[in-house]
Each structure stands twice: as C-alpha cells, then as structure tokens.
Design a protein around this ligand. Structure first.
Ligand code: PNS
Length: 160
C-alpha cells in the first residue's frame, strides 16, 4: 500500500490533528502531512513555522513525514505516486466544504480518494481558529495543543 497524504493549513497543529494523524498511521504504511501554503488564508504562522511546529507535534506519530507544498494537492499526489487524501471530519458543519473539496480533487484526478477519519469525541469542536482566539484573549490552551505549539502561540501574541 502506498503513502496517504494528510493535507491542511495546520495554523497551527492541534491535538485534534495529532489524533487524526495517529489514526491514519494505523491504516497506512506511510503518512505525509502536507502543510499547504494556502495564499487564500492569512495564517498566523508562516509556512516554515507551521512545518517546524508540525514536525515537532507529529514526532511521536509512527511513519509520518511532514512537507510543505504550494501547489494543487492532486499534483502532490502525483509526485508521491499516491492516491489517498486523509481529512478529519468533526461535525456535520465540516461536511459541505469537505464534500466540495473531495469532488473537486476527484475531478482533477480520477484516482484521488478522500478518506475521512473522525477524531476522538473530545476534539469534535476543536479547531485551530478557536485555539488562536482563546490564546489571543489570554485563555488557557494547554488542553488543546501540544506544548511546543502553546509556547509559540503565546510568544506570537505577546509580540502582536
Ligand atoms: O486545514 P484546512 O485549511 O481545512 O486545509 C485546506 C486545504 C489545505 C486542504 C485546501 O486549501 C487545499 O486543498 N489546498 C491546496 C490547493 C488545492 O489543491 N485546491 C484544490 C482542491 S479544493
């Protein structure tokens, strides 16, 4: 079986992302976390910072690699001779967006399959956006992100 790509903005990685990566690594022999540059969004962290944080956050996940990618995901699949994208599905509200992306990717590359994994129930409502908002308002994010991420967000908001 080939590698599966786990794409995202990862701005920044949360415990929910780690949970999904662990689940994916139990199914696929290799998982490549693809940190998308995503110019459409205005991330808090630069692409290189997100890659560094993802590497640190995913270091305990077996057989995972972290890369940065700025093009179409289907081209990334081609480059890695892969066909599977992993996406986390938390609540019904994720579905519309995920459905659109999965079909767009399949239209661009017929062999592309998107595999949706559900995180542990405790991460169902966790998102990078929420984490950033809580941190910006000086709330405690210890339960939501790994320590390396918490320290970087706190440092970031001290400077802003
Ligand atoms: O973590 P996110 O922000 O939900 O991830 C979104 C992501 C990175 C998967 C999406 O923006 C994306 O696929 N970017 C790469 C560009 C691309 O391939 N677009 C066409 C498919 S929608």
């Amino acid at each position: 079986m080939k590698a599966a790509l786990y794409p995202g903005t990862f701005d920044p990685v949360t415990n929910g992302h780690i949970d999904i990566a662990v689940r994916a690594s139990r199914i696929f022999p290799k998982v490549i976390a693809v940190v998308a540059e995503n110019p459409a969004k205005e991330p808090l962290f630069s692409a290189d910072e997100r890659v560094e944080l993802a590497k640190e956050s995913f270091k305990e996940v077996p057989q995972i690699e972290v890369i940065k990618y700025s093009g179409l995901l289907v081209n990334c699949l081609r480059e890695y001779n892969a066909s599977v994208l992993i996406r986390g599905l938390r609540a019904l509200s994720d579905f519309e967006y995920e459905f659109q992306m999965a079909f767009t990717n399949r239209n661009l590359l017929a062999s592309c399959e998107t595999v949706f994994l559900m995180p542990s129930a405790k991460y169902t409502y966790l998102s990078s956006t929420m984490v950033k908002q809580i941190a910006q308002l000086k709330g405690d994010i210890t339960a939501f992100v790994p320590d390396c991420v918490r320290l970087k967000i706190e440092e970031k908001y001290r400077k802003i």
